[in-house]
Design a protein around this ligand. Structure first.
Ligand SMILES: Nc1ncnc2c1ncn2[C@@H]1O[C@H](COP(=O)(O)OP(=O)(O)OP(=O)(O)O)[C@@H](O)[C@H]1O
Length: 284
C-alpha cells in the first residue's frame, strides 16, 4: 500500500498556555475528500495554518508524499514554499483581489512560476520565445479553470463585484490553477445558500474524480460533509475524538455529544407549557 498523500503525526500547537491542537494524527489521500469537523474553537483552522506554513507547529510532523519525489516535511519549510510543493488553501474569509478581474486573480496566482520562467523579468522584457510560451500556458490554464468552474461570463468582471457564491468558486479556480496536489478548503460553504452549496458539492466531487488530487475540507455544513466526504476526522478542544466514514461518524456517541452537549432536562412543548402556566396562575 502506498503512503498517503498527507500524513500528520502528533501535531501540537500552543499559544502561550492554550493548547489549540493537541497531538492530532490524520491523513489525506489522493482522489479522496477528507473532512475535518468539530465545534467552534476546536482547532481546525489552526491545523490548516500549521499545514500551509502560516504557523510553525510546536511539535509534530506533517509529511507530504509527492509522487516521484522524496517525502517533504512541511513543518520545516518556510511558509512560501509550501504551496510550491502543491499544498494550497482557501480561507474562511474570502481573500481575492477585489479590484482585479476574475482572470487577473487567476493569473496573479501563477505569477511566481511565470517570473521564474522569465528569469525574473529579463526574458519577459526582451520577449524570448520561452517566456511567451510560458505566458500563453498560464493564460490557457486560467481559461481552463474559468470554464471548468462556470465563470466564463464573469471572467472580465472585478472579483469584488461578484456574489459571495461566485467569489467562492473563483477562490477554488485560483487554487486549482496552481496545479495543487492537496487542496485545503476552509469552510467553502460559509455564506452560501442551499442551492449554491449543492453546486459546490458537485464541483468538489468532480474535481476529486477528474484531477488526481486530494481535498481536505473544513466545513460546518453537515449535509455537505456527510454527502461528499470519503473520510471524516473530528476534533474537539484540540484533540481528535473520532475518525471514520460518514456513516460511522453520524452514529458515533462522542461526536453526537461534542455537537449537542449533554441532553438538557426535557423542555415542555410550548402549547403544554402555556397550559401548565395557566393552571398554576389559576391556583395562585
Ligand atoms: N493566533 C492565535 N493566538 C492565540 N490563540 C489562537 C490563535 N489562533 C487560534 N487560537 C485559539 O485556538 C483555538 C482554536 O481555534 P481555531 O480557529 O483553530 O478553531 P476552529 O476549530 O477553526 O474554530 P471555528 O470553527 O470557529 O473556525 C481557539 O481557542 C482560538 O481562540
Amino acid at each position: 500500500m502506498s503512503a498517503p498523500l498527507l500524513s500528520v503525526t502528533g501535531l501540537t500547537m500552543r499559544f502561550g498556555g492554550l493548547v489549540a491542537v493537541d497531538g492530532v494524527n490524520l491523513t489525506a489521500e489522493t482522489n479522496k475528500i477528507t473532512a475535518l469537523i468539530g465545534p467552534n474553537g476546536a482547532g481546525k483552522t489552526t491545523i490548516f495554518n500549521c499545514l500551509t506554513g502560516f504557523y510553525k507547529p510546536t511539535s509534530g510532523e506533517l509529511i507530504l508524499n509527492r509522487p516521484d519525489h522524496a517525502p517533504v516535511s512541511l513543518q520545516s519549510l518556510p511558509g512560501y514554499q509550501v504551496s510550491r510543493h502543491g499544498v494550497v488553501r482557501t480561507f474562511q474569509n474570502i481573500r481575492l483581489f477585489p479590484r482585479m478581474t476574475v482572470l487577473e486573480n487567476l493569473l496573479v496566482a501563477q505569477h511566481v512560476g511565470l517570473m521564474r520562467k522569465a528569469a525574473f523579468g529579463v526574458a519577459g522584457l526582451i520577449g524570448l520565445k520561452g517566456w511567451r510560451a510560458a505566458e500563453k500556458e498560464a493564460i490557457d490554464r486560467a481559461r481552463f479553470w474559468i470554464e471548468r468552474l462556470d465563470l466564463t461570463s464573469v471572467a472580465d468582471e472585478e472579483a469584488g463585484n461578484l456574489s459571495y457564491g461566485v467569489q467562492r468558486r473563483v477562490e477554488i479556480a485560483r487554487a486549482m490553477n496552481t496545479n495543487p496536489l492537496l487542496l485545503c478548503l476552509d469552510e467553502p460553504a460559509a455564506g452560501l445558500n442551499p442551492k449554491e452549496t449543492g453546486v459546490l458539492g458537485e464541483l468538489l466531487q468532480g474535481i476529486r474524480e477528474q484531477f488526481g488530487i486530494g481535498i481536505l475540507l473544513i466545513e460546518h455544513d453537515m449535509g455537505l460533509v456527510m454527502g461528499i466526504s470519503d473520510r471524516i476526522h473530528v476534533v474537539e478542544y484540540g484533540r481528535k475524538i473520532a475518525e471514520g466514514t460518514p456513516e460511522e461518524i453520524r452514529s458515533d456517541e462522542r461526536v453526537i455529544k461534542a455537537y449537542l452537549g449533554e441532553p438538557d432536562e426535557e423542555e415542555l412543548p410550548a402549547i403544554v407549557a402555556e397550559d401548565v402556566a395557566g393552571q398554576e396562575g389559576g391556583r395562585a
